[in-house]
Design a protein around this ligand. Sequence first.
Ligand code: ZN
Length: 361
Amino acid sequence: MSQPIDKDPEFIALRALSSALGRDPSRTQAAGGNTSLKHDGVLWIKASGTWLAHAEERDIMVPVDLNGLLDALAADDPRAETAASFVDEARNPVRLRPSIETSVHAVIPHAVVAHIHCVETIALAVRADGEALIAERLGSLGDVAWIYVSYLRPGLPLSKVIAARSAPSVNVIILANHGLVVAGATVMEVADRLDRVCHALASPARSAPSPDLSRLAQAIEGSDYRLPADAAAHGLALDSASLSLARGGSLYPDHVIFLGPGIVVAPNVDAGAAARPAGARDGPPPMVTIPGLGIVMHRSATNAADALARCLADVVSRIPPGAEIVRLTPLQEYELTHWEAEKYRQALDARTSKQGEAPAP
Ligand SMILES: [Zn+2]
């Protein structure tokens, strides 16, 4: 009998890599991103709604029957959407669902796959000229065979295009308006390639003035809003180029999932609290951007919302003013907010936030 998976050196290395990626807000945020290992016909993949940052301290990897899932994908079997039917429940004591991006991992033939919402990748991959810019950056990396995939809803639609376009040699996939996938034979190979790709894609961030925290404290006094967990998020309101890029519309899926479509910009907290943007959930906006002052978060906003607030500031500060941007359409926003698999991830997020977890470092 083979040794238990949690004693397997590659599995241990994957947990360490996952945790490191999850703790770095420039690599991925909150429950975003996922990693996997194919081992003895089983696809071990991060559970939906769990945070990569917790990969070493909790059981967040779910075992999925790889051939069963691949057969279902080939046959257009609707059970491939969540992959839940292919989980080996005997080895899934925590009863979590596999990631909503499980099918993407399954169709990539490499043993190790890491998918992250890398800020550097997104800052280029939301631009109309993103593919050409990325070609320039990745040209010098001899071992990188990459493809650029236009935006599609994560999950089944994305995995079908990747399966059709991805030759076995492809080891880097740039997902427009979404993030980065890096694959390889071993965890060490993937970690090294991912690091070099992220560095090659890096752009300088515009610095924003420091927020006036006493004015902000006055602005939220007596309201249902609080300061964000990470002061870096204020850059969104304090750098005019970042603000105009951010207010143009949603750039990537996890923004829509955890902060709602677009951003609410208002001259003060009361006006922001009353805003109800098209396509947003009922109730006050989780985040309000007050130009020249800072951003404030509703007291019901989750840890994930805070992580995604910081992410938006990080992404737009890396995009030059005037760059032509490709945004998610209202229809693409709608399919994200009305997708059952994402509702599950939101519910899990609300539940873990209530348990008082610290926001992502
Ligand atoms: Zn993703």
